[in-house]
Design a protein around this ligand. Structure first.
Ligand SMILES: Cc1ncc(COP(=O)(O)O)c(C=O)c1O
Length: 364
């Protein structure tokens, strides 16, 4: 009998969230961002729920190969482009569109022998200072690419640093719009936060949007907004069971470092889930958790294989009771991943990507 912890990927929730992303920019085409193995969900497990997208955007050629072997014949985009010249062979073979963000990638393309010209997303560094040509270098990069026989259509892209917060996208958008003013080609700027918060501006929403985290049921601007406010549904649920209970007396402590001390008699449960499953160790006493669908809190330190939880609000819970670490309980109650991440000083992105290899996944 394996340990009772399991992760569930919810196909209907993925479909719902994709529909929400489309509704936010109805005239744009949608890249479903499935990098990092679909934000930890597993590319194969999200494919059914996201196949209504117009394309899949990712980082690794290996992931692109997996999308193709699922039968996807539509666009696939490498968000960071190629890492070495021989990747271009695979781009040709797998018909991948790829980002070009630096001179070295143009050099590689200029030496590449291909029968079929490549579809390029030329990336501008409009202020994020991560990848892309600065505005002063962008046009010369475009001109150089445009002269290559290896290149077909060139789309223009940038990425926002502050779409989820007060600075917003206006400054980067102005830089992008001004620099690309008379250049042909489709545009792509939006991640989830920009799509949800700024896509009423038609220039921001055009022509391809690139949502990731919102597809996976996490609010990009939590705690300002939560998934209920954005009408998103959890796509990944981490569930386990109680494997023991303890009756504590006033003064009793729990776990390593005695980090929790009961100030009155209380019942607590021990959950088969720990940091070796990907649960964040930094979640202190009070991190929310559902026991039998009832919201309660963790107690003390997270250990490698176990967490303690307060059973005060759930007096009927006992050995074998269902525990939802995040996502949806089997009875329907929801604990957004963002709340757990926030309590642990991190973001939903990190928790999704960190579910460990020893946790079995089920797609429903
Ligand atoms: C270039 C690019 N586009 C889109 C996304 C999707 O972003 P998010 O998951 O915040 O929607 C990312 C993710 O980091 C990205 O790097």
């Amino acid at each position: 009998m394996p340990r009772p912890i399991q992760a569930f990927v919810h196909t209907d929730a993925l479909r719902h969230n994709l529909m929400r992303m489309r509704a936010a920019a109805p005239d744009a085409r949608v890249w479903a961002v499935v990098k990092a193995n679909a934000y930890g969900h597993g590319i194969e497990r999200v494919f059914e729920g996201l196949r209504g997208a117009d394309g899949f955007a990712l980082l690794d050629i290996d992931e692109a190969q997996r999308i193709r072997s699922l039968g996807w014949r539509g666009p696939v985009l490498l968000l960071e482009g190629v890492f070495e010249a021989r990747d271009l062979e695979l781009c040709s073979r797998l018909d991948l569109w790829h980002t070009v963000h630096c001179d070295e990638q143009i050099d590689m393309l200029s030496r590449h022998k291909t029968q079929v010209p490549h579809r390029i997303f030329l990336k501008m560094n409009s202020g994020m200072n991560r990848l892309g040509f600065t505005p002063t270098r962008f046009r010369s990069a475009w001109t150089r690419l445009n002269q290559l026989p290896q290149v077909d259509e060139i789309s223009l892209a940038t990425h926002f640093s502050d779409a989820d917060g007060a600075p917003g996208v206006a400054h980067q958008m102005a830089v992008f719009a001004q620099t690309t003013e008379d250049l042909p080609g489709e545009r792509s700027t939006c991640n989830s936060a920009a799509l949800l918060r700024h896509a009423s501006d038609a220039a921001v929403a055009a022509d391809w949007v690139r949502p990731g985290i919102a597809l996976y049921g996490s609010a990009p601007d939590f705690p300002e907004r939560d998934i209920a406010q954005w009408d998103l549904k959890p796509t990944l649920s981490l569930r386990s069971r109680l494997i023991a209970t303890q009756d504590l007396q006033a003064g009793d402590t729990v776990g390593y470092g005695s980090a929790f001390r009961a100030d009155a008699p209380m019942r607590m449960g021990v959950v088969a889930c720990g940091y070796a499953d990907g649960y964040p160790r930094h979640g202190a006493t009070g991190t929310p958790v559902l026991v039998e669908g009832v919201r309660t809190r963790t107690l003390g330190r997270v250990s490698m294989d176990m967490i303690a939880v307060d059973l005060t609000p759930c007096p009927t819970a006992g050995f074998g009771s269902e525990v939802t670490l995040w996502g949806q309980a089997s009875g329907g109650a929801v604990l957004p991943i963002d709340e757990v991440a926030h309590a642990a000083g991190t973001v939903g992105y990190e928790l999704m990507c960190a579910v460990s290899a020893r946790v079995g996944f089920t797609q429903d």
